[in-house]
Write a protein that binds this ligand. Structure first.
Ligand code: SAH
Length: 291
């Protein structure tokens, strides 16, 4: 079966990239000031403006799932919702589209937005633990989840006290998860993260400015970048092999797949899968393994 839709989104993804702006504004009037005709005369927003993307996200989550109080602190990563949702749907496929709160998922680096737990709880009724190393983001996520009755009972945000660890200090004795997931910090340095942001802004036809740097430095980089981060995650996953079904992570650079597959062979993973995703121009993939 060909799953590809126009934007390459998963067929169960309720979010389209061709938004019905009048309907979204009816749900979320604060979006109105950001909606303007683009070069082709269609309604659009300025995707390089984090305030506009944030207002769009609020409207999408309210309209699709009744999440009334989604918000992120100034300067934090503003997640594009359709792409984030695709990861959730591919995970659902991995476990045979099971639904309900008995399905337990661990999100490593949930961010202030807590976006994956919110989407997974709304789309499939799954229970989540959201682990986050940044204390301010963790506090924000916890408060936001508590303020949203549609997801409050489904999400437990936990503070990771060591940046070197993913699972240790988070997974408790005897605790089990069907899935773990992660959108890792991908740059190797703060300078690389800043250059990446400037490139993105240029592609969007924007002048670069510190003000529209959507994503705090620690969200976007870690020593060794995503390769080192995921290698650490794989090494640590061996210690939690009996407590988790599938371990998964996004891999932003395709060049990283071969070295990571080698690490997984060395770790003696029983099964490894690579799941391709495409959202418009952007290509990404999920690396999944189990023991
Ligand atoms: N999941 C969100 C945020 C991804 S950014 C989204 O997709 O939009 C990566 C996040 O991982 C940041 O919030 C960063 O603080 C966090 N992080 C980095 N190292 C971590 C670790 N070892 N354990 C938990 N969180 C970590």
């Amino acid at each position: 079966m060909n799953h590809a839709t126009k934007a390459g989104l998963h067929p169960r993804n309720r979010f389209n990239t061709r938004y019905d702006f009048p309907q979204l504004i009816a749900c979320s009037p604060a979006l109105a000031v950001f909606v303007k005709p683009n070069a082709y005369g269609s309604d659009s927003i300025d995707y390089a403006d984090p305030q506009a993307v944030k207002a769009l996200n609020e409207a999408l989550l309210r309209q699709a799932y009744g999440v009334e109080q989604w918000d992120i602190p100034p300067g934090c990563l503003c997640p594009p919702i359709p792409g984030r949702c695709d990861y959730i749907h591919h995970l659902a496929d991995l476990i045979g589209v099971l639904r309900g709160a008995d399905v337990r998922v661990l999100d490593i680096g949930t961010g202030a937005s807590c976006i994956y737990p919110i989407l997974g709880a709304c789309a499939y009724g799954w229970s989540f633990v959201g682990a986050e190393v940044d204390a301010a983001s963790w506090r924000w996520a916890r408060k936001m989840v508590a303020a949203n009755p549609v997801v409050a009972g489904f999400i437990d945000c936990r503070l990771q006290k060591s940046a070197q660890h993913c699972f240790q200090g988070i997974i408790q004795k005897g605790e089990r998860f069907h899935l773990t997931m992660c959108n890792p910090p991908f740059h190797t340095s703060a300078a690389e993260a800043a250059a990446g942001t400037q490139r993105k802004q240029r592609n969007l036809g924007q002048k670069s400015s510190a003000l529209n740097f959507g994503g705090k430095a620690n969200e976007l980089w870690c020593p060794g970048g995503e390769l080192a981060f995921i290698r650490r995650m794989i090494a640590e996953s061996t210690e939690f092999a009996t407590q988790c079904g599938w371990f998964t992570t996004l891999v932003s650079k395709s060049d990283h797949l071969a070295p990571l597959q080698k690490t997984l062979r060395q770790a003696q993973a029983a099964e490894v899968r690579i799941i391709d995703m495409a959202q418009g121009q952007k290509k990404s993939r999920i690396l999944a393994w189990r023991f």
